[in-house]
Design a protein around this ligand. Structure first.
Ligand SMILES: Cc1cc2nc3c(=O)[nH]c(=O)nc-3n(C[C@H](O)[C@H](O)[C@H](O)COP(=O)(O)O)c2cc1C
Length: 243
């Protein structure tokens, strides 16, 4: 059997006893942890509410992937809480430690949101500024059709209130972990997406993870080159049409 590309990646990024990659870390060339959009307009978000709500067990028990959403918008406050749940800084060590774990605390994942129905927020594409708790405005207008088309024409992406788009900035993690960094980026985004799903459940919203998408199309939406930065996962968010 000819090894598939997936198998080849898995084996070539594997650790073998006695053959661990040995390279010294060059701190002078360590990639920046945060993506910035200097000169772009940004929108402040209300401070997230990070206490109260149902217990973790209830959220775990009730979480379900939901693909049909009502027309009732998500509030800016709710969006702020969801963004914080995915990437919020919770400890002031190094560049900050976050709600979701990350291999080596290198945080290769960036968060973008395609906003469809959020109160007091124009439709458009935004980047989440983790440190500032703000949204950088990247594109204005209704991008829901473009996102749904890129997500293999999955209608839920167009009907949801918000679509989270996560990219991996691979060099941040490759700097330390070389080929294995790609595995870690995929793991990191899984943690982030689950945080989103549980946080959404806790505030009465619903999500559906989206792993099926045309990579080049979602990459071009966020203007990622697909090499240094590539979209790795999406999630639609909204109020369930029926629950
Ligand atoms: C990695 C991954 C990719 C997924 N991609 C999609 C997708 O593209 N479209 C979709 O409708 N559901 C997608 N899902 C949701 C799964 O279909 C769903 O989690 C599964 O059916 C179990 O249902 P539950 O989430 O309600 O427990 C994805 C889930 C995961 C974990």
């Amino acid at each position: 059997m000819v090894p598939s590309a997936g198998h080849e990646f898995h084996t070539k990024s594997g650790y073998v006893r006695g053959k661990l990659p040995s390279h010294s870390l060059d701190w002078a060339t360590r990639p920046a942890t945060f993506k910035e959009y200097p000169g772009k307009e940004s929108v402040p978000l209300p401070a997230p509410e990070t206490s109260g709500g149902p217990g973790i067990w209830e959220s775990l028990r009730k979480r379900r992937s939901v693909r049909a959403y009502s027309q009732v918008p998500v509030t800016k406050q709710e969006l702020s809480q969801l963004l914080w749940a995915t990437q919020g800084i919770t400890a002031r060590l190094r560049d900050g430690l976050r709600t979701a774990p990350s291999a080596g605390a290198l945080y290769p994942i960036e968060t973008y949101v395609c906003v469809n129905r959020v109160t007091d927020l124009e439709q458009g594409l935004y980047h989440y500024d983790v440190r500032g708790g703000r949204l950088d405005v990247l594109k204005r207008g209704d991008l829901t059709r473009a996102v749904a088309a890129a997500a293999l024409d999955q209608e839920m992406a167009a009907r949801s209130a918000v679509v989270f788009i996560w990219s991996a900035v691979f060099p941040r993690s490759v700097w330390k972990y070389l080929d294995r960094a790609y595995r870690y980026a995929y793991m990191d985004v899984g943690h982030i997406a689950q945080n989103l799903a549980l946080a959404a459940e806790a505030i009465g919203l619903s999500t559906c993870q989206i792993g099926s998408f045309y990579d080049n199309e979602v990459d071009s939406l966020i203007e990622a080159d697909g090499v240094q930065e590539a979209v790795v996962y999406l999630s639609s968010v909204g109020r369930a049409a029926r629950k």
